[in-house]
Write a protein of this length. Structure first.
Ligand code: ADP
Ligand code: MG
Length: 629
């Protein structure tokens, strides 16, 4: 409980005791009035103040105003009764405030608790890092560890910073990051990401990033910012309240004035002012929109939490909402539908030794993060001597140009060779072809091939089941390669040999304002497309920072199956939001009618209000458990 909640609780208790005591004390007249007003002040002063501030700031129409007008009106009615020789009922105004405060108290406690629960589910923040100095292990805060330091991670501890294993082997639990429950085996030279838990052996890790740039920090930053991006439904609620409250206030006014006037003028009967004013005040209490105001953001928050438990980071409730409406999904091929791990299949027309050709290719690619580059470096097998490489230039969607031992090496596709007017020898093998030129002389090509991710088949199938009408694949790779992948995956449409800018163009062609388009990419070469699509979904949060920056949704484990899961979660969350809206509005409408005809009194009104709110809050929690594997 925080300070404010404690204070509210104390006020609730004092006011309740006073209310009971006053009921039994034989007071009357002015003393009785003052005693009740003190109680009213204790329980309601903050609400009155909020209402006054609202009027001062020209934003009067909120629930504080409703409560203030209703309760002050009830007091005025009681005074009116006193003036006519009756005993005025001050209890009602105080009780209404009391119930309202109790409701607010439970609501703020529930919200705080659920936020805490959700954050705990994603509890991946490491508290310390172990470093070894002079044979002794010391715990330091992860922020203090510089890049290239050696840290020790014992069994059961969280890996605090991204790095590479330099000693030991173990298995890692990455469930909090990826939703993947099968432990991942790791050994010497494997990259490990922060936030995963070391399950067995002792690991010595050389850090490759600062704590601030490590995966765990990035994720937490994302999650913390996510709830500040409002969805249309949330926007709808604040706009709704702005329209709704004045309507309610004026309806209440009409309810207080019109029936008595009609009675006097047309029916020739007594006006019964106090009856109608009381009904109008009850009407005001019932109309509080707090159930909606509270439960809708909470539903979204729970949906975001549920998604992140499944290894899907959604950067804001607005994206959760957009995701639920996706009609077209455009996939990038390499690294998204395929592993992005190319194997060298063949080397053709090489004018130099095969090994030498691979060596030049690997050196030229030494600075690239493209899957092709990584694969070529792997194929080289030896340590790369970066001092031999200079003037590296990567031409996105084409390849690289670099200087190695005073030779100019060009490695890339046919388009790149054409740029330099180098004739290529066509290749008939199936696969991606990397042509190499040395000092502008054609030196042969390397045929590499990639495999489709085993989960891609099911991923496409699941999306079709979710009624995603169009599935399209874009790639910078050759038509031959693209066609074979598309056929195997049963993707209806594909476009090949595209430059990154062509991909943006293609997606722009598809955007028509009606169909929501999602683009799924690995974040390499396609960051512009990720940000241009209605919703950008990035694979490879494991590696690429660019992907995390540009995307709206990040799949922690590169698994394309998660796209369908994300869409399912978003749909469920949105349906919960809609249930809450209709349920709350329905009950309100019913109570408003009952209030207007005089069946509901103010007590019932407050109970109805608080009850609806609690049911809506409980319903919101279901969004947290929306993920189905
Ligand atoms: P995709 O659309 O399949 O993700 P990219 O747009 O990343 O592919 O790249 C398209 C093509 O450009 C690749 O198939 C390759 O021929 C060439 N290419 C891109 N980057 C490189 C690189 N670093 N080295 C060699 N070739 C590259
Ligand atoms: Mg790509």
């Amino acid at each position: 409980m925080n300070k404010k909640q404690k204070k509210t609780l104390i006020r609730i208790i004092i006011a309740a005791i006073l209310l009971i005591a006053l009921h039994f004390l034989p007071t009357g007249g002015l003393i009785r009035f003052i005693a009740y007003m003190i109680t009213y002040y204790i329980i309601g002063n903050d609400i009155i103040r909020k209402a006054i501030n609202g009027i001062k700031n020209h934003k009067p129409f909120d629930e504080s105003l409703l409560m203030a007008v209703a309760t002050l009106g009830a007091i005025a009615l009681a005074l009116y009764q006193e003036a006519h020789g009756l005993t005025g009922d001050y209890v009602e105004a105080i009780a209404v405030m009391l119930f309202y405060q109790i409701g607010e108290f439970f609501q703020s406690a529930a919200v705080a608790k659920s936020r805490k629960n959700i954050s705990e589910l994603m509890d991946i923040r490491p508290d310390y890092a172990n470093i070894e100095t002079a044979g002794e292990i010391k715990q330091v805060s992860p922020e203090e560890v510089s890049v290239g330091s050696v840290i020790l991670v014992k069994a059961g501890e969280k890996i605090p910073i991204d790095g590479i294993i330099i000693e030991g082997k173990s298995s890692l639990n990455t469930v909090a990051l990826t939703g993947e429950s099968v432990p991942r085996a790791v050994q010497l030279n494997d990259e490990v990401i922060s936030g995963s838990i070391n399950l067995s052996g002792l690991l010595k890790i050389k850090t490759t990033k600062n704590f601030g740039d490590s995966t765990v920090s990035k994720i937490l930053e994302l999650v913390e910012n996510a709830s500040s991006r409002k969805s249309k439904s949330e926007d709808f609620i604040s706009k709704f309240a702005r329209v709704y409250t004045p309507i309610v206030v004026f309806s209440a006014l009409a309810l207080a004035i019109l029936p008595p006037l009609i009675r006097i003028l047309f029916l020739n009967s007594p006006a019964l002012w106090s009856v109608w004013i009381y009904r109008a005040l009850t009407f005001l209490v019932i109309s509080c929109p707090c159930a909606l105001v509270v439960s809708i953001p909470l539903s979204f928050f729970a949906g975001l939490g549920g998604a992140s438990r499944a290894g899907i980071l959604i950067k804001g409730s607005n994206y959760l909402e957009t995701l639920s409406k996706v009609k077209t999904i455009v996939f990038d091929k390499t690294g998204t539908l395929t592993e992005g791990e190319f194997k060298v299949n063949a080397i053709h027309h090489n004018v130099i030794d095969e090994e030498k050709l691979i060596e030049y290719a690997a050196l030229a690619e030494s600075a690239s993060t493209h899957p092709i580059a990584i694969s070529l470096r792997k194929a080289y097998k030896k340590e790369i001597d970066r001092t031999r490489v200079s003037d590296i230039q990567e031409i996105s969607g084409n390849g690289v140009v670099a200087k190695i031992d005073d030779l100019e090496i060009i490695a890339g596709n046919e388009k790149l060779m054409a740029k330099f007017n180098i004739d290529t020898i066509a290749c008939h093998s199936a696969g991606t072809i990397i042509h190499i030129a040395i000092n502008r002389q054609y030196a042969g090509h390397i045929v590499i091939s990639d495999v489709i991710k085993p989960d891609s088949f099911k991923a496409i199938e699941n999306l079709k089941k979710l009624n995603i009408k169009n599935i399209i694949m874009l790639t910078g790779d050759l038509k031959k390669v693209a066609q074979s992948v598309a056929e195997k995956l049963k993707i209806d449409k594909f476009y090949s040999e595209l430059l990154p800018s062509d991909k943006v163009e293609k997606v722009e062609e598809l955007i028509d304002g009606k169909n929501i388009i999602a683009f799924v990419g690995d974040g390499i070469n396609d960051a512009p497309v990720l940000s241009r699509a209605d919703i950008g979904i990035a694979m490879g949060a494991m590696g690429s920072d660019a992907a995390i920056e540009a995307a709206d949704v990040v799949l922690m484990d590169d698994n394309p199956l998660k796209i369908a899961t994300a869409i399912k979660i978003s749909k469920k969350c949105l349906s919960i939001v809609k249930q809450n809206i209709w349920f709350a509005l329905g009950i309100k409408a019913l109570c408003l009618i009952l209030g207007a005809v005089g069946i509901a009194n103010m007590w019932l009104a407050v109970f109805a209000d608080v009850g609806v709110m609690i049911i809506c809050i409980l319903n919101s929690f279901r969004a947290l458990f929306a993920s189905t594997k």
